[in-house]
Ligand binder design. Structure first.
Ligand SMILES: Cc1cc2nc3c(=O)[nH]c(=O)nc-3n(C[C@H](O)[C@H](O)[C@H](O)COP(=O)(O)OP(=O)(O)OC[C@H]3O[C@@H](n4cnc5c(N)ncnc54)[C@H](O)[C@@H]3O)c2cc1C
Length: 483
């Protein structure tokens, strides 16, 4: 049977990053990245809708070990994808990616201290197995095969095209057409101005407004620092500054929600036409950062609204009609194309099932250990990034911790590490975040406990405090199965 030391599940931002740290810190360990699709890049290969981009700056969303060199800090999907693939090629990680390999299950044996990973060939449906000592699950957080669409009354009646951003048809022609985009999250906020450039008219239909913060897409200070200090040191300083800025903004919103709301509102007012109903369309009922904040790069959404090519309607949809959408208010929105930017279907650990010594280990029944391991599941780590900062920050701090844990175990001759939680410990949901897709999925997620290390720190700063400490912990039990 095929055998490696570490199986990494997924060749997206997290999997490629994890492979880098593993190679750097444990060059003697063998590893394979098992990727279900025929391409690397994950999210940044899958999503092809017009204008697809990050809303984090790439100085923090890119890897710490590989400077982001473009002056565009809020980058588009193709640029991010090139960066990921160049990283994989530069460090020889691409040679370890096995495509069309979906991990469907993993079964742990304590007597051999090995996982047997069941893999499906997504071309042929054939099953095979790989054994390993550790699994690092970097499978993202959502289903790739279908995006989330709530049930809309009358959907089948609509005579135009209905498109979900996760499955964008390459040949969709919307030039000069009337487009309705349903949704108010980052995807809708990106799509509307991008489509407005060629569409006849784009209307964003939202049930509830989001906070939309205009930010410049270029980071002039980053370029200046790179010129002054050199590429590497300039990037390192920009990254630190941006981590600080992201955190300070989030903190400010948490501590002073009313002031944050006023500040964002005043920025919106400045960008919108005189007399625009700002409170109706841009003043959410929840506080800033209770849900992920949307970014309008270079104020593109506001510019599209000012130009008259885009508008926003806030309210409930009654039904789809033959010609568009009818709102509960009675207003009809004619459309040739309807885009359902209604979100993702969350799927933790790539949908794989786990078994420990013959007993099923339901991921949802576990308690998170340091936000990266699961109670009762040996030698298994997973990446779940931040909702309030760049996901990749988590990849770095988590992988460094895992590599130190492996070194600690090597030095003492251990081959097994399992977090053991007190069954009486009170638990609470994995995430405290208001976004619909998170609320819908909490039942599939692990729980967190009431104290460290059974917590998932919600911020990078919290993770730095937790994960940069000693790896040994009385509640992480080590053993040596091979004596
Ligand atoms: C449109 C969009 C924009 C985003 N913008 C930002 C942003 O600006 N900032 C930010 O921090 N986050 C953003 N995110 C969140 C984003 O998904 C992550 O930041 C990051 O790309 C996640 O990388 P990942 O490698 O963990 O997961 P993914 O990119 O989802 O990659 C997971 C990989 O694992 C593979 N996989 C899954 N299950 C299995 C399995 N069972 N077996 C084998 N392979 C499997 C998938 O095929 C995929 O290639 C955005 C998300 C979306 C959808």
């Amino acid at each position: 049977m095929d055998s490696v030391d570490v199986v990494i599940v997924g060749a997206g931002m997290s999997g490629i990053g994890a492979a880098y740290y593993l190679r750097r810190e444990h060059p003697g360990r063998s590893y394979a990245i098992l990727e279900a699709r025929d391409a690397s890049g994950g999210t940044w290969d899958l999503f092809r809708y017009p204008g697809v981009r990050s809303d984090s700056d790439l100085h923090t969303f890119g890897y710490e070990f590989r400077p982001w060199r473009s002056e565009v800090a809020i980058a588009d999907g193709p640029e991010i994808l090139s960066y990921l693939r160049e990283t994989a090629a530069e460090y020889g990680i691409d040679r370890s990616i096995r495509y069309h390999r979906r991990v469907v299950a993993a079964s742990w044996s304590s007597s051999s201290a090995r996982w047997t990973v069941s893999v499906e060939d997504t071309n042929t449906g054939e099953r095979s197995a790989v054994t390993c000592n550790w699994i690092l699950c970097a499978a993202g957080y959502y289903r790739y095969d279908c995006g989330y669409t709530p049930s809309f009354d009358g959907l089948e009646r609509f005579r135009g095209a209905v498109v979900h951003p996760q499955h964008w048809p390459a040949d969709l022609d919307y030039a000069g057409k009337r487009v309705v985009v349903i949704g108010s999250g980052a995807t809708a906020v990106t799509l509307v101005p991008a489509m407005a450039a060629t569409a006849g008219q784009v209307t964003m239909v939202q049930r509830t407004p989001s906070y939309v913060l205009p930010l410049p897409s270029k980071d002039k200070l980053a370029r200046r620092l790179a010129r002054l200090l050199g590429e590497e040191r300039g990037f390192a300083l920009t990254r630190r500054l941006n981590i600080f800025r992201q955190h300070a903004l989030w903190r400010f919103c948490q501590r002073y929600p009313a002031a944050a709301r006023r500040l964002i509102r005043s920025l919106n007012v400045k960008m919108l036409p005189y007399g625009y109903p700002v409170d109706e369309h841009f003043n959410p009922p929840y506080n800033p950062w209770d849900q992920r904040m949307c970014i309008a790069a270079d104020a593109d959404l506001f510019r599209a609204i000012r130009s008259g090519k885009a508008d926003v309607v806030t309210g409930h949809i009654e039904t789809f009609t033959e010609n568009g959408v009818l709102m509960k208010s009675g207003r009809e929105l004619p459309a040739d194309v309807i885009v359902t930017a209604t979100g993702l279907n969350v799927q933790p650990i790539g949908g794989m099932s786990l078994t420990v010594d013959g007993q099923p280990a339901d991921f949802a029944d576990t308690v998170t250990f340091k936000g990266m391991m699961a109670s009762g599941v040996p030698n298994f780590a997973y990446v779940f990034g931040y909702t309030n900062a760049s996901w990749t920050l988590k990849v770095g701090v988590l992988c460094e911790h895992l590599c130190r844990l492996l070194s600690y175990m090597d030095a003492r001759g251990y081959d097994t590490a399992v977090p053991v939680a007190d069954p009486g410990m009170p638990t609470r949901p994995f995430l405290d975040f208001g976004a619909g897709y998170i609320k819908r999925s909490l039942g599939q997620m692990p729980r967190q406990g009431s104290r460290a290390p059974w917590l998932r720190p919600p911020t990078y700063a919290g993770d730095v405090r937790l994960l940069r400490r000693n790896v040994a912990d009385p509640e992480l039990k080590f053993s040596a199965s091979r004596g």
